[in-house]
Design a protein around this ligand. Structure first.
Ligand code: GSH
Length: 444
């Protein structure tokens, strides 16, 4: 199969289980790729454009640089396993390879597929994708799922991972299948037990100037407890909509600092919620001391008298005291002051849902406090505005690179890059660091 594309791209399907398998696999490998969302809710997989890429009209699909198209989530995973064998996720050596294959197939045949049959044959939203829906087939699969889960539970008593001592693709299939039980309305084990607690979508990772066509900073975090954004720069409302992320899903926004490229779209979000989206749910905005006054100024500059609006939904501002652990809708947030002038304290943020830890430098020049911000983080996103030399208020690759070994985070990702820095992403990857990409989705 071939398409006319010229740049490697993954056609992704958001929460759907098979695209998720591939994304989690890529995240474990430390591989980032340009992605395009195929909106299954809008049946975009059925469009003529997408059918030209995958005539089977399913996601995921990977288009290689030469236009070759690979489909089937596990085939795509195998492709990347061959290109980047470490860490080995399909096992190594005859016995391990076979064991991983056995468990992956068991988890597909006895868990993922039955859960999918239940979902596709019973959920009203699937009417147009599963034709005809056969409710009796959904019912027939339900007891099989319970039996297999009980069997799996017994197996997992003596070892940490499904196929042995190491995390493999079989664990990814299991994790995605169990997570898929929720929309299928099957009783799910506690999300925190599954370690599936935080998912990041990069809405924007650009600098203030839109370098590389990237949107301003905005990280979209979904946890078992809610949907939180970190920063909301001037282009972030447009970016959310471009990525088909519904602003109404946002429970809270946490701001690192009060520069336009990190909080400038708040008036547009609030007015969109008021007049277009007709939001009813409350919204919490948390930021450094001074946030309330600066949001009011912003509202008045862009939309005079908007501060006197009679809001149809409640929105509150919480000013986070620097250095004091603060609860934001069940998440623990702790900020650290960094070095970047913004008329109020500029901060780095550590946000945890109790299981996973997300850390972000905010905008800053290098300060040693970033070592403790990164310490123990599952993902540390650090700004790296420029490539060479030293700069006031921002980190450069020259400054960051020698410090990478002392950053004790599971994964490190660069953001907020200017055009020169963006031209050196190969060097970043070679150093084992992920470059952020707008639209990338990462299971933390
Ligand atoms: N075996 C394929 C299955 C792909 C598949 O069924 N994808 C679903 C999302 S999980 C899909 O595209 N569904 C759209 C539809 O059924 O119309 C794989 O592993 O990639």
């Amino acid at each position: 199969m071939r398409s006319t594309g010229t740049e490697m791209k993954l056609y992704d399907g958001g929460r759907a289980p098979n695209p998720r398998r591939t994304r989690i696999f890529l995240a474990e490998k430390g591989i980032t790729l340009p992605m395009e969302q195929v909106d299954l809710g809008a049946l975009a997989q059925m469009s003529a454009d997408y059918a030209a890429i995958n005539p089977l009209k399913r996601v995921p699909a990977l288009v290689l640089d030469d236009g070759t198209v690979l489909t089937e989530s596990i085939a795509i995973c195998r492709y990347f396993e061959a290109l980047k064998p470490d860490p080995p996720l399909f096992g190594r050596g005859a016995l391990e390879l076979a064991r991983v294959e056995m468990w992956n197939r068991r988890l597909e045949l006895h868990l993922l597929f039955p859960v999918s049959h239940v979902f596709r044959n019973s959920h009203p939203a699937m009417k147009e994708m599963e034709v005809p829906q056969v409710p009796a087939w959904a019912e027939a699969n339900k007891p099989r799922i319970g039996e297999f889960i009980a069997f799996l539970d017994g197996e997992l008593k003596d070892r940490p991972f499904v196929a042995g001592d190491a995390f493999t693709v079989a664990d990814i299939t299991g994790l995605v299948a169990v997570d898929f039980m929720k929309p299928a309305k099957l009783a799910v084990p506690d999300a925190e037990c599954l370690g599936l607690t935080m998912r990041l979508t990069i809405v924007g990772c650009g600098d203030a100037f839109g370098s590389g066509g990237r949107f301003n900073t905005c990280f979209f975090l979904e946890t078992a407890k809610g949907t939180l954004l970190v920063d909301f720069g001037a282009s972030s409302l447009v970016a959310l909509k471009a990525h088909r992320l519904d602003p109404d899903r946002i429970d809270a926004i946490v701001l690192s600092h009060l520069h336009g490229d990190h909080f400038g779209a708040l008036p547009f979000l609030l007015l969109d919620a008021q007049f277009l989206a007709r939001r009813e749910r409350p919204l919490l905005i948390a930021g450094p001391p001074g946030t309330r006054a600066r949001i009011d100024q912003l509202l008045e500059v862009f939309f005079p008298k908007s501060t006197t609006n009679k809001w149809r939904f409640s929105w509150d501002v919480m000013e986070i005291e620097v250095g004091r652990p603060t609860d934001v809708l069940g998440h623990s947030v702790i900020t650290t002051e960094v070095l970047h002038y913004s008329g109020a304290p500029s901060t780095a943020i550590v946000l945890s849902d109790g299981v996973k830890r997300f850390a972000y430098s905010g905008d800053t020049q290098w300060v040693d406090a970033l070592l403790s911000v990164a310490d123990g983080a599952d993902l540390f996103i650090v700004e790296c505005f420029a490539y060479s030399g030293e700069l006031p208020g921002h980190i450069t690759w020259d400054v960051l690179k020698p410090r990478l070994p002392s950053l004790r985070a599971r994964r490190i990702m660069l953001t907020h890059m200017n055009p020169v820095m963006l031209a050196h992403l190969d060097e970043v990857r070679a150093a084992g660091v992920l470059p952020a990409e707008d639209g990338a989705v990462i299971e933390i």
